[in-house]
Design a protein around this ligand. Structure first.
Ligand SMILES: NC(=O)c1ccc[n+]([C@@H]2O[C@H](COP(=O)([O-])OP(=O)(O)OC[C@H]3O[C@@H](n4cnc5c(N)ncnc54)[C@H](OP(=O)(O)O)[C@@H]3O)[C@@H](O)[C@H]2O)c1
Length: 283
């Protein structure tokens, strides 16, 4: 049995479907059963209702599980609770979604958090595989309302390049490892799209697909943090996001890998494919 946490999220939902379509026994952990897809795409999939903040619900969901696909909002206490539950339930292998630059001394809080979780996982005695995606293309949905209203978006990543990846390819790679972890123990795979892009490229692809000019309005990280706070993001989240975009401007995410092709046998989707497939979200 494979348990997928974060199963209603961007990576988890499609990983659940991919595993089910491989005819593997899969259980989806959801906080609220009503948030499971209601379109029939999870039909036949076992659902466990559970919360990272309630260890007894995790223990119940982990019963009989061999492999855990661990996707969380990366709050250390929550993810560590899931790892501890996996140990109690004698899970064999954990596939964890992490961050490429997760180090103890990272200037970015969410990267230090992932580093803490990775250290706990490595010390747990469980076998594991780490999957570290570059920036998700699906993050662009956060600026879709602004694009619709203002024909542009703000960002503070300058002309920094990044190996943006479609979360559908992260899901496929995660499902491939969870389906057959043999040979992936102790390994880390970096996951990226096929090309380095900038937010100017994002604006150009949207302009092409929408057939109207979409403007990339460059902000400084400080201006961006203030704009995100005004838009309703909590200050610490806005500050952390702005910090990451500032690092991207300096080339921090300008890396590519062949991880998706290695794990799935297919090339990752391009930004153009993502924009074409999701254009209605930006109209
Ligand atoms: N965004 C990026 O560009 C990027 C890049 C690299 C790595 N990552 C990593 O990707 C991971 C996030 O994956 P994602 O984007 O697929 O997640 P996501 O779309 O943000 O979804 C988060 C999932 O966690 C669930 N969840 C939240 N709190 C929970 C709780 N207390 N108990 C049980 N479930 C809970 C949510 O359930 P509900 O539906 O009930 O809220 C949802 O299914 C993070 O570790 C992040 O660091 C992201």
């Amino acid at each position: 049995m494979i348990l997928v946490t974060g199963a209603t999220g961007r990576i988890g939902a499609k990983a659940v479907r991919a595993l089910h379509s491989k005819r593997l026994p899969v259980r989806a952990l959801v906080r609220d059963a009503a948030r499971a897809p209601q379109d029939g795409s999870w039909s036949g999939i076992e659902i466990a209702v559970g919360d990272f903040d309630q260890p007894d619900t995790l223990d119940a969901a982990m019963a009989g599980v061999d492999t855990l696909l661990l996707i969380t909002p990366s709050v250390p206490a929550q993810e560590i609770a899931a790892i501890d539950s996996a140990v109690r339930r004698a899970v064999k292998h954990v596939v964890k979604i992490t961050n490429h630059k997760a180090t103890d001394d990272s200037p970015v809080d969410r990267r230090r958090d992932h580093a803490r979780i990775e250290a706990h996982l490595k010390a747990s005695g469980l076998t594991y595989t780490l999957l570290a995606p570059n920036l998700l293309m699906q993050n662009l949905f956060f600026v879709a309302p602004m694009i619709k209203q203002t024909h542009g978006f703000v960002m503070s990543a300058g002309d920094g390049q990044f190996g943006m990846i479609d979360s559908r390819d992260v899901s496929a790679a995660a499902a491939a490892v969870a389906a057959d972890p043999a040979g992936h123990e102790g390994r880390t795979y970096l996951l990226t799209g096929p090309e380095l892009v900038t937010y100017a490229d994002v604006a150009a692809e949207l302009t092409r697909a929408l057939d109207e000019e979409i403007e990339y309005r460059r902000l400084t990280p400080d201006q961006h943090r203030e704009a995100m706070v005004r838009a309703g993001l909590p200050e610490p989240v806005a500050a952390s996001n702005a910090q990451v975009f500032g690092l991207i401007a300096e080339g921090d995410a300008a890396w590519l890998s062949n991880g998706v092709a290695t794990l799935t046998g297919h090339n990752p989707r391009s930004l153009r494919t993502f924009v074409t497939d999701h254009i209605t979200a930006f109209k």
